[in-house]
Design a protein around this ligand. Structure first.
Ligand code: ADP
Length: 246
């Protein structure tokens, strides 16, 4: 097994309150790994630590064997570890194609100026269309991003994220606020994206977690309660108690 991401002794204290306590987490390359747990379990804090939006109080994080504990989010994104949804800005007034071209331009480290850049962005057309195809948005290529239905907007965010050429994606509640039809569509998309990438996601929807995840880590009160596949963790008495007691 090749390890993509590993956290050891990960701890975050907020003025003495321990939100994440000594968490050891190993995400295997090529898998879909879910982080679940009742409200207040520490999932978001953990996610922010792993993506370096928060600095851990203690512990280390390695990505592909490299210590990233002290690295900035932009630097780890360059290594291929990319967080989606919350930071991937989609510009509502730009078309689907323009949005992905901008993401490709940013990936090259160029700054974006809509009026001056528009012509020079044409060189990204082929690559942008390939990402748009990959997420099933070909028929929306010229639509304004702001006019897309919610689930399609999320697919566009994934296309823009794929433009950053990630090897590992961290998804924060990818199904939040979605209709069942969108959930099915984004689930299929995540599975497809995962064929050549590693995914770690925080997700509340347990049927999505059951359906998609190879491995699940259950957090409660900042600590790991259980780990395994869905069949294993859903039978663990401490997991049942944590969810019922939440
Ligand atoms: P989850 O995402 O599982 O619902 P969180 O990671 O958001 O859990 O929160 C875990 C605990 O840490 C909660 O009790 C929350 O109130 C606390 N917490 C989170 N962020 C902060 C912060 N910036 N300052 C103080 N306490 C925080």
């Amino acid at each position: 097994m090749t390890i993509a991401l590993k956290a050891e002794g990960l701890t975050k204290e907020f003025r003495g309150f321990v939100a994440v306590n000594n968490v050891d987490l190993t995400v295997e390359e090529g898998t879909i790994h879910a982080l679940i747990g009742p409200n207040g379990a520490g999932k978001t804090t953990c996610f922010n630590l792993l993506t370096k939006f928060l600095q851990p109080t203690r512990g280390t994080i390695t990505y592909q064997g490299r210590d990233i504990t002290r690295m900035k989010p932009a630097d780890i994104a360059r290594l291929g570890l990319v967080r989606s949804f919350q930071i991937s800005a989609v510009f509502p007034d730009l078309s689907v194609l323009q949005n992905v071209r901008v993401a490709l331009q940013r990936q090259r480290g160029e700054s974006y100026d809509f009026w001056r850049s528009e012509k020079s962005l044409n060189r990204f057309d082929d690559a942008a269309r390939a990402h748009i195809d990959e997420v099933g948005l070909s028929e929306f290529v010229d639509h304004r991003a702001g006019e897309l239905p919610y689930g399609r907007k999320r697919a566009l965010e994934i296309a823009a994220t794929l433009a950053l050429d990630p090897k590992m994606l961290l998804l924060d509640e990818p199904m939040a606020g979605m209709t069942q039809e969108d959930v099915d569509r984004i689930s299929a998309l995540i599975r497809q994206v995962a064929q050549s990438r590693t995914i770690l996601m925080v997700e509340h929807n347990l049927s999505v977690v059951a359906n998609l995840s190879d491995r699940i880590t259950v957090l409660a009160r900042g600590e790991i309660l259980a780990e395994g596949n869905y069949a294993q963790i859903s039978k663990a008495p401490e997991v049942i108690e944590a969810y019922i007691g939440a």
